[in-house]
Design a protein around this ligand. Structure first.
Ligand code: PMP
Length: 419
């Protein structure tokens, strides 16, 4: 039973978990026995419709048969070579054919590593030290990113992680999302190596860029010779094959990717302009290396996932599920006498209760987290798993068929009518 494992977990792991948001499921996280399609099956015998989807990677749902087949085929041939394989060429070519900014690529093993490297590259390339980020954007769990970050950092009220040297904190400038004046003020100092941004925020709930925000960032960074980094770890291959940059038609200098491009296995990538990427070792002096970089197993899963996205109506199904659920949730919430808003784009959305517009992290912090958690808990009892934190995204996948969507909508109506 989950309860028994949780008791052991509390002895073994700080806070009982290996990634903090997992502990937000109360009174203890459920333990999963297996997963398939849109479903998680817990060791307690419950079947859950999953809208967390590994926090984003599983756009085809769990254990997609084609991806599984390709992973097994690769396992038969070995899974770590420590030397290049054809698979890394194939995945890189796919990424370059779809992501407009991608000229050269470096594969790493997580989104955290990708943003850490992109930031170092921006500094190495410009010979400047400061980085500008946005309040509530989450770029992984390294020193340069854990300042006013979203996701579990906000969930657990850590504004600046302890353990980061003050000298590093002083190199990170924070502006509010959608605030171009703040960005310009700091870029004018000509000390900013790069601006890193989630082109759609997925780590404070979902928050969309206002019209001209991304364009404005593009123009300002060009004017002040600063590197524009789009962190597309979530949005890459989720908003469509060309990511947020294709969707909004704004091309950054560097892009970080992760999640979907590994098909559910660990991955990260930095990609962008040849002129900047060529500063990476062994061509240049900005160092990066990794035992598991471009390992063939992850490459196989990533290629297979993108192949399915290229050749099927996966996006249509995932987007339709997200649209229908968000619309019905809207219907349900509109019958209550409180303010709320739902932010949605393609197959990602989140709702905020107690506030009628959310355009930056401060707005999101004003939402009624208590009610959000209550809805999460009631839905879980009815077999629907949405993130346990207000500051995460509800994702849909191509496994979320009409039947599954209808079951979800029924549960939503019941839960919202009861709160
Ligand atoms: N950037 C963004 C936008 C993310 O959403 C995340 C993870 N949720 C990361 C970076 C870090 O990725 P990882 O967890 O693979 O280190």
């Amino acid at each position: 039973m989950s309860e028994n494992l949780w008791k052991k977990a509390l002895e073994l792991f700080a806070g009982g978990v290996n990634s903090p948001v997992r502990a937000a499921v109360k009174p203890y996280p459920f333990y999963v026995e297996k997963s398939e399609g849109a479903f998680l099956y817990t060791i307690d015998g419950q079947r859950l419709i999953d809208y967390v989807l590994g926090y984003g990677p599983l756009i085809l749902g769990h254990a997609h048969p084609y991806v599984k087949k390709k992973i097994i085929e690769q396992i038969e041939k070995g899974w770590l070579y420590g030397t290049p394989s054809k698979k890394e060429i194939e995945l890189a070519e796919k990424i370059r054919s779809h992501i407009p900014s991608a000229e050269k690529i470096r594969f790493v093993n997580s989104g955290t590593e990708a943003t850490m490297l992109a930031i170092r590259l921006a500094r190495g390339y410009t010979k400047r030290e400061k980085i500008l980020k946005f309040d509530g954007n989450y770029h992984g769990a390294h020193d340069y990113a854990l300042i006013n970050a979203g996701s579990a950092v906000s969930e657990f009220n850590v504004i600046i992680s302890s353990g980061i040297p003050t000298s590093i904190i002083n190199t990170v400038i924070v502006c509010k999302y959608n605030d171009l004046d703040c960005v310009e003020k700091h870029l004018r100092t000509e000390e900013i190596a790069g601006v890193i941004v989630e082109p759609v925020m997925g780590n404070m709930g979902v928050i969309l860029p206002e019209q001209d925000f991304l364009n404005g960032l593009r123009e300002l960074t060009k004017t002040y010779n600063s590197v524009l980094i789009f962190d597309e770890v979530i949005t890459g291959f989720r908003l469509g094959l060309s990511g947020a940059q294709g969707y909004f038609k704004v091309i950054p200098d560097l892009t970080t990717l992760g999640k979907i491009i590994g098909g559910g296995l660990p991955i990260g990538a930095v990609t962008g302009k040849k002129e900047i990427m060529s500063n990476l070792t062994p061509e240049g002096n900005v160092f990066n290396a990794g035992t598991f970089n471009a390992n063939p197993l992850t490459m196989a899963a990533g290629i297979a996932t993108i192949e399915v996205l290229e050749t099927t109506n996966a996006y249509d199904i995932a987007n339709k599920a997200s649209k229908e659920i968000a619309e019905e949730l809207d219907n349900s919430l509109s019958k209550k006498n409180f303010k709320y808003t739902i932010n949605r784009i393609q197959s990602m959305f989140q709702f905020f209760i107690g506030i009628s517009k959310v355009t930056n992290a401060d707005d999101a912090r004003l939402a009624n987290k208590h009610l959000y958690v209550k809805i999460h808990e009631k839905l879980l009892k009815l077999g629907v798993f949405i993130p346990p934190s207000q500051f995460e995204t509800i994702f849909t996948s191509s496994s979320h068929s009409d039947e599954i969507v209808n079951l979800t909508i029924e549960a939503i109506h019941k839960v919202v009518s009861e709160i």
